[in-house]
Design a protein around this ligand. Sequence first.
Ligand code: HEC
Length: 251
Amino acid sequence: MVKILILILTLSFTFNAHAAESNKGPMPKHEWSFNGITGTFDRAALQRGFKVYREVCAGCHSMKLLYYRDLLDIGFSEAQVKAIAAEYDVLDGPNDEGEMFERPARPADRFVNPYLNDNEARANNNGAYPPDLSVITKARRYGEDYIYNLLMGYEEAPEGVEVGNGMYYNKWMDGNQIAMPAPILDGSVDYDDGTDNNAAQLSEDVVTFLKWSAEPELEVRKNLGIKVILFFLVLGTIVYLAKNRLWREVH
Ligand code: HEC
């Protein structure tokens, strides 16, 4: 029985490794503050990541599942959230005259979409659709590691590889061609907290923000996990001691 299990496990690992290695090599793993059972989100990194999203990615990508008030979660104050929301306009209405009107967004509004509809999004991106980023770390294999590598994976196309019109060579994209121009370069975004704004740091921060968006409950979940493990350790010890005591006389 044990042998069969070991065989199945080894086989599945080998197959997985093969799938990952086809044409691009294994997906490099990045060190994330939220990895491991005690992992947490670094609030400063989340706020910087939001800045990168807002100043770079939000030009093309929506994050429809987020509300401005969710930003309270990553350490912004109510006044800051109000001010951030107010920088965007949303379509509201109809008013008493039956007309739709624009007003500044409020904390209870969803993140404003860069395009009016999907067709406009495609028309502006050479026919390709920039996917919504709300849960993108869950929607792609290798999640945050893939997205980090993708952002850092723009290269000269190797000799003999023809890159299509309006396409860019990227080591990690399926088929190695992507319709998104390299969004992050050294210094693309200025940080106010003195953190170095090289491309690797900007990418790490924005991916941390995307991970939080997809799994805002991550810290609570991990915290609960530790408590459950401790609980069972304590319970297990008590049961074990009780058992020894109860059976002491019987031999
Ligand atoms: C100029 C517009 C533009 C900007 C700015 C932009 N993107 Fe994109 N992005 C696109 C388009 C278009 C696609 C679809 C590419 C394709 O399907 O070939 C895309 C695709 C993606 C994908 C999905 C790749 C896949 O596996 O399908 C991710 C993840 C992504 N972008 C993240 C980001 C992040 C993070 C930023 C900000 C740092 C950003 N993008 C900035 C246009 C943009």
